[in-house]
Design a binder for this molecule. Structure first.
Ligand SMILES: NC(=O)c1ccc[n+]([C@@H]2O[C@H](COP(=O)([O-])OP(=O)(O)OC[C@H]3O[C@@H](n4cnc5c(N)ncnc54)[C@H](OP(=O)(O)O)[C@@H]3O)[C@@H](O)[C@H]2O)c1
Length: 179
């Protein structure tokens, strides 16, 4: 448990769980040059279905990778060290703990990346929504933190082949932390 976790537990009575959602290649890669590894429309739809109506927490670099700014229908919480950062339509915070406290939408809080924010929050995450790509990508430069499989139970795994719109096979996997 890190200091953020301790502070969160001490200051919050909010019952909502914390989930992370990520698209990950076979080697753990999640990004390249500030962007996603590939365009997978089925995953964008999956992401939207799961996160709509919830608070989503992200690092400043992930936010800046969105082509149209804040994602609609969700509270966009962006973590930065920059005290002068005020983009439109987002809740700006300056630590993970502040991000969790700032969440106002019902249900789970979704950690949506990127690598720095996944690494800083993985110990608090109770549910992991993985989109596992059956592929690896050259020159990836952002990675999901290693997780210990013994600490997680797989709830489901939905397999999908590549098709005309989605260039790679992928699995939608849900893992929950064992209590
Ligand atoms: N595959 C996926 O599902 C997925 C999902 C999301 C992102 N990604 C990819 O991941 C990559 C981006 O990841 P990243 O690690 O470079 O960036 P990131 O985690 O999105 O953002 C990093 C930034 O967050 C801020 N930050 C991080 N920790 C902080 C703390 N403790 N306190 C205050 N601010 C903090 C800093 O912003 P300042 O520099 O402004 O201080 C830092 O530069 C991209 O390639 C993106 O496409 C992939």
């Amino acid at each position: 448990m890190n200091s953020d976790t301790v502070q969160y537990a001490a200051t919050q009575s909010r019952p909502a769980g914390i989930a992370a959602i990520v698209v990950v290649a076979q080697d753990g890669a999640i990004g390249r040059d500030g962007d996603l590894l590939c365009h997978l429309p089925a995953d964008l739809k999956h992401f939207k279905n799961l996160t709509m109506g919830h608070s989503i927490v992200m690092g400043r670099r992930t936010f800046e990778s969105f082509p149209k700014g804040a994602l609609p229908g969700r509270q966009n919480i962006v973590i930065t060290h920059n005290k002068h950062y005020h983009p439109q339509g987002v809740t700006v915070v300056h630590s993970v703990d502040e991000a969790l406290q700032a969440a106002t939408m019902p249900g789970e809080i979704f950690i949506i990346g990127g690598a720095q924010i996944y690494a800083a929050t993985i110990d608090m995450v109770q549910t992991l929504h993985l989109t596992r790509l059956h592929a690896t990508f050259d020159e990836a430069d952002a990675f999901f933190p290693a997780i210990n499989p013994d600490e997680w139970q797989q709830l489901n795994c939905e397999r999908h082949d590549a098709d005309e719109r989605n260039p790679y096979a992928y699995d939608f996997v849900t893992l929950v932390r064992k209590s």
